[in-house]
Design a protein around this ligand. Structure first.
Ligand code: ATP
Ligand code: MG
Length: 213
């Protein structure tokens, strides 16, 4: 049995065409069913539904043989996973945003300490350290946009796709941290034990990604 960890929502939706190209169709719609384990048209392949940020944990510790997770989630999770394949799905960017009346460039040039609220503390720490910018990081779990509006922080580091959420909250994107897309991650032990079927699945995904780009 091969177990693939996916999260509900965009990663599940965007993974369906790749699965289909690999000859696999899921037998249930997670938005309609409460099941957390979903069978597929391949009797030896099943999908487990987990929180997006839990995918690396499932794959690292063998709860799943492979999984799909955003680069943001993987970088926050840290080491311990093979990162073999950029699936080019769930694409967005990690950016710094501030209130329009906050002069980010000035603060950076002055060497001021900047208060940054984010869910992505590892990525933010690495980004500002590389730039030599001093920051006080404030860990949040959601609705980062609120932080600059309430005076909790000067800036946020968050995922942006269209920018409409920032705009709706009078925030401006002042710096791109990195481009983000989802990756197929594989459990190294599973890759040894189930080498042939996993290799075939990874290759099929790879070809599907190639064909789509
Ligand atoms: P949870 O809902 O469990 O807290 P989450 O918010 O990280 O987790 P999703 O919103 O499904 O879950 O996001 C999954 C992944 O999709 C993210 O890790 C990121 O890589 C990517 N992503 C997030 N927002 C966008 C977006 N607006 N456009 C495209 N991709 C995105
Ligand atoms: Mg989300």
């Amino acid at each position: 049995m091969i177990t693939l960890a996916l999260s509900k929502g965009r990663i599940f939706e965007d993974s369906l065409p790749l699965l289909k190209a690999a000859g696999i169709e899921v037998l249930e719609d997670p938005e309609k069913s409460r099941k957390l384990i979903i069978g597929t048209t391949r009797p030896d392949v099943r999908v487990v539904l987990v929180r997006a940020s839990d995918v690396p944990t499932y794959v690292q510790h063998g709860g799943a043989d492979l999984g799909v997770a955003g680069l943001d989630v993987l970088l926050e999770h840290g080491d311990g996973l093979y990162r073999p394949l950029d699936l080019r799905i769930a694409r967005c960017r990690m950016s710094v945003a501030t209130r329009a009346d906050f002069d980010y460039g000035h603060a950076v040039r002055q060497g001021s300490r900047i208060r940054v609220a984010t869910k992505y503390t590892q990525i933010a720490r690495q980004h500002f350290a590389a730039k030599g910018v001093h920051v006080d990081l404030i860990k949040l779990y959601g609705s980062m946009e609120l932080a600059p509006l309430t005076g909790l922080a000067d800036a946020i580091v968050d995922l942006v796709s269209t920018g409409s959420t920032l705009k709706a909250n009078n925030l401006v994107e002042v710096e791109k941290v990195m481009d983000i897309s989802s990756r197929l991650v594989v459990n190294p032990a599973a890759l040894k034990l189930k080498r042939a079927p996993l290799r075939a699945l990874i290759d099929a995904f790879e070809q599907a990604v190639e064909a789509r780009s």
